[in-house]
Design a binder for this molecule. Structure first.
Ligand SMILES: [Zn+2]
Length: 563
């Protein structure tokens, strides 16, 4: 059946016959051998986990640039100038501008300093007393990007939670502006699966709990809070702080006599005009929580029980209580590099960007995180599509940029920087393909061919074209299509989607080796990876040579008005 339809296409039109041959040439360039050749190097120990700003990442970037050059892809990175020697200058040579494969930018790396100060101050008529607590005994702090010195009143904001429709809003009756806000982890009813709150507010999705807490902190920052103190009655926050554990569990894989270095303990930010993300978040021990709440009449257990049932916020000022703290931050600037090349199209001012991040977690406590799937696999996908485009022997209609992003693992910095620069230079980016983790099997994938593709819902043609390509070319891929109104989440398509640029994003599977040293070459499903790259190529080829996918579904007017 599938072969028959392909035969028909070939038979009907001579024009299509030519197009078919170009595509076939492109497809033939995507071989398992070239996948292996590239992935084996990128995920080898020599690139030391490719953490942004490290030597391993530089080696990986140079390798990717070399492959672009080998395939005939033009450089699309920063401008640079030749440096004629003295004798050349004497002979009349002048510096000449050329483009490199690297788009370089600075990132500010920062981590909490060793000294952090936190006190709870109690004021009564005629007196003021202060309890000075101890870092890593009574509290832990996720600092902002620079150190802070603050004394401000404390306010209890329940969970610091508001649901989307604002029928429940912990911030409604209190003012958090200029205050230090005390919140509980979770949401109304989170601890009681039979409660009304749990039923109503239970977040869905794999990272729901993480996003919930992150959004809460963001909401408090937007409302003017100076800092957040988190109380987690379910967890003992002192666990894990102890200095004298003999067998420390380092990410579940390694026993060590050294304090594990938490990956996210050190963070990065893109330098900007404003000082962004500077809210300090404290996690405190039970005795600190008790000192903060003493005299307020708040009993956390009772509070949780009642709110879970009533769904009524019970936030309140903490009269006479304030906190004073001083955080310290160590900081330095690292140089990060995207690798970008391109094929100039007939209509050279419209760009499709094919990208995937090449950075990974690096090396921690002597253990290398190879990141074979995350995301050496997607990087190879980008290089292979570049190779396939060149193999067609035809100049595409639109220009196609091939990009290996850096700094993804630290916060999507490479793609964010690229999108920001493209906007500044008025480059017309019309579509983005993102590859992130395209070579593993999810659980229960007995045929080893499952994967999914997220795409911008309004551009229905992206989904249709994908389906058709899989069928027409008889590609062994059980690809679940996930249209999304505005695709977000933790990968490099997000900065594009944020600018309303349509995207499509392939991922094979989440797996237990995710962000572990065991994300290694030996576990790669080569055939699946090859097939995902083929579909990515077929789609990109189609989109680079037609404007079909630009058609969007238009909402009926009535619906637009009510929004
Ligand atoms: Zn990734």
């Amino acid at each position: 059946m599938k072969k028959f339809s392909l035969f028909l296409i070939l038979f009907i039109s001579g024009h299509l016959l030519v197009a078919q041959n170009e595509v076939e040439k492109g497809l033939e360039a995507i071989t398992k051998e070239s996948l292996k050749g590239q992935l084996e190097f990128l995920a080898s120990d020599w690139t030391e986990g490719r953490a942004v700003g490290t030597k391993g990442a530089y080696i990986a970037a140079d390798y990717i640039a070399s492959m672009f050059q080998t395939y005939g892809i033009q450089p699309f990175g920063d401008e640079a100038y030749t440096r004629p020697s003295r004798s050349e200058r004497m002979a009349g040579a002048r510096p000449e501008m050329y483009r490199t494969y690297y788009q370089s930018f600075g990132l500010i790396e920062y981590e909490p300093g060793d000294e952090q100060v936190f006190s709870v101050v109690t004021s009564k008529p005629g007196s003021e007393s202060s309890m000075d607590f101890v870092y890593r005994t009574d509290f832990y702090v996720q600092t902002g990007t620079v150190g802070q010195k603050v004394q401000a009143p404390l306010v209890f904001a329940g969970y610091g939670y508001s649901d989307e429709s604002k029928t429940y809003d912990d911030l409604k009756k209190i003012d958090v502006d200029g205050k230090i806000v005390v919140i509980l982890q979770g949401y109304p009813g989170h601890g009681d699966t039979t409660s009304a709150g749990y039923e109503k507010y239970k977040p869905e999705g794999r990272y729901a709990a993480y996003y919930l807490e992150r959004n809460k902190i963001q909401g408090l920052q937007d409302a003017g809070a100076l800092a957040v103190i988190r109380i987690s009655p379910d967890a003992n926050p002192m666990k894990g702080w102890a200095q004298n554990d003999i067998y420390r569990d380092n990410g579940g894989f390694n026993e060590s006599d050294k304090r594990p270095n938490p990956y996210y303990g050190n963070r990065m930010s893109l330098p900007g005009k404003e000082l962004g993300g500077n809210l300090s978040t404290f996690t405190v021990s039970e005795r600190v929580a008790n000192e903060i709440l003493s005299g307020s009449g708040i009993n956390i257990e009772k509070f949780e029980e009642e709110v879970a049932k009533s769904l009524q916020p019970a936030s309140q000022e903490l009269a006479g209580k304030s906190a004073a703290f001083k955080t310290s931050v160590n900081s330095k600037v690292v140089n990060a590099r995207n690798v970008v090349g391109y094929i100039e199209g007939e209509n050279k001012d419209e760009f499709i960007v094919v990208g995937g991040h090449y950075d990974h977690l690096g090396k921690w406590d002597g253990v290398i995180y190879n990141g074979a799937d995350d995301n050496a696999s997607g990087t190879v996908g980008v290089m292979e599509i570049a190779k396939a485009f060149m193999a067609t022997g035809k100049k595409p209609e639109k220009s196609v940029v091939f990009a290996a992003w850096t700094g993804e693992e630290k916060g999507l910095f490479g793609s964010t920087y690229f999108v920001r620069e493209a906007k500044e230079k008025n480059e017309n980016v019309v579509l983005n393909l993102n590859y992130d983790m395209i070579a593993r099997n999810p659980e229960n994938d007995s045929l080893g061919n499952q994967a999914h593709m997220v795409y911008t819902e309004a551009n229905t043609v992206i989904g249709e074209t994908t389906k058709k390509n899989i069928e027409d070319y008889d590609i062994n891929l059980d690809l679940e299509l996930r249209p999304s109104e505005r695709p977000g989440g933790g990968s490099d398509h997000a900065p594009f989607a944020q600018e309303d640029i349509p995207i499509f994003y392939f991922m094979a599977a989440m797996h237990p080796d995710y962000h572990q040293p065991s994300d290694e070459l030996s576990k790669i499903n080569w055939e699946k990876m090859q097939n995902i790259i083929k579909v990515g190529f077929l789609n990109t080829w189609k989109f680079a040579n037609s404007d079909d996918w630009k058609k969007t579904t238009v909402k009926p007017e009535a619906e637009v008005e009510t929004e």
